[in-house]
Design a protein around this ligand. Structure first.
Ligand SMILES: Nc1nc(=O)c2c([nH]1)NC[C@@H]1CN(c3ccc(C(=O)N[C@@H](CCC(=O)O)C(=O)O)cc3)C=[N+]21
Length: 285
């Protein structure tokens, strides 16, 4: 048996077409979704991601602003910018690229973003809405994971989903979304005893550990859907996920590659969130 390869790039392109079609319709009503991306400092990976987000905005016909601030920007200056963007009617979504330089309190910055413009879904009120099942902007990577599982043709309800990782930006929200889709969810982490034993019971296995190729075929139940959220830069410059893709290809039922899996979905869901926020701001369905 060889796994179905879940093509995140192709699925992401399809969703972008849908977002573009809706954006074109909105423009006829005089509404243009607007996204502000804020980058503090010179992290090379962050610069690449911010470039991709800007490109996506142009491709979809969004209004976009990129604020590139120097690494020594103070927390007060950054908060002042966020307050300005909160008030700016041309902006529907605000994304502050993480991680921030150490002298800035990330929590204070996230808390300052207006919930209506929280297209990252990181604000405590957005997180609370996610947990209780109220309508909210969903965090992009977790929403992308669910979309990939569904569009790969997998029914989530009743399945045992095992999430490896408990971060606020991926592990916890992915687990909550899977629960909302009626999976039976187990969250594992660095202190989990018997990780392999638990992982190999999963019908759906989501790896968000942050360690290259940590999950090999011995962690995977035959036929399982394997979603790899990891993006690790190897010494040779290549990208690798948290899953040993080659090793798991045969045993999995379906699997996402890195690159070309979850990564492209993250930016697409950001665009989708910005569109949703724009519609809400203008009282459109
Ligand atoms: N406030 C905030 N929100 C984020 O959503 C956020 C962030 N900060 N900080 C950094 C991480 C990382 N992230 C990625 C987005 C796209 C790809 C992506 O498109 N990856 C492609 C190409 C990767 C490459 O070639 O470098 C792929 O996996 O195929 C990856 C990673 C968003 N992040």
């Amino acid at each position: 048996m060889t796994a179905q390869i879940i093509n995140g790039k192709a699925i992401s392109d399809m969703i972008r077409e849908e977002v573009k079609a809706e954006t074109d319709k909105l423009r006829q009503q005089g509404v243009v979704p607007g996204l502000a991306v804020v980058l503090v400092g010179e992290d090379p990976a962050s610069k690449v991601y911010v470039g991709s987000k800007e490109k996506a905005c142009i491709q979809l016909g969004f209004y976009s602003e990129v604020h590139r601030l120097s690494a020594d920007t103070s927390e007060e200056e950054l908060l002042a910018l966020i307050h300005k963007l909160n008030e700016q009617s041309t902006i529907n979504g605000i994304l502050v690229q993480l991680p921030l330089p150490k002298h800035i309190n990330e929590k204070a910055v996230i808390d300052a973003i207006s919930v209506d413009k929280d297209v990252d879904g990181f604000h405590p009120e957005s997180v609370g809405n996610l947990v209780i099942g109220d309508d909210s902007l969903l965090p992009c990577t977790p929403a992308g994971v669910i979309e990939l599982i569904k569009r790969a043709g997998t029914d989530i309800a009743g399945k045992h989903a095992v999430v490896i990782g408990r971060s606020n930006i991926v592990g916890k929200p992915v687990a909550m979304l899977l629960l909302r889709e009626n999976a039976t969810v187990t969250i594992c982490h660095s202190r989990t005893a018997n990780l392999k034993e638990i992982a190999s019971q999963a019908d759906i296995l989501v790896a968000a550990i942050g360690r290259a190729k940590a999950i090999d075929s011995s962690y995977v139940k035959p036929g399982a859907v394997v979603i790899d959220v990891g993006i690790n830069r190897l010494p040779d410059g290549k990208l690798a996920g948290d899953v040993d893709y080659e090793d798991c290809l045969e045993v999995s039922g379906a699997i996402t590659p890195v690159p070309g899996g979850v990564g492209p979905m993250t930016i697409t869901m950001l665009m989708s969130n910005t569109l949703k926020a724009a519609k809400k701001a203008h009282g459109i369905g």
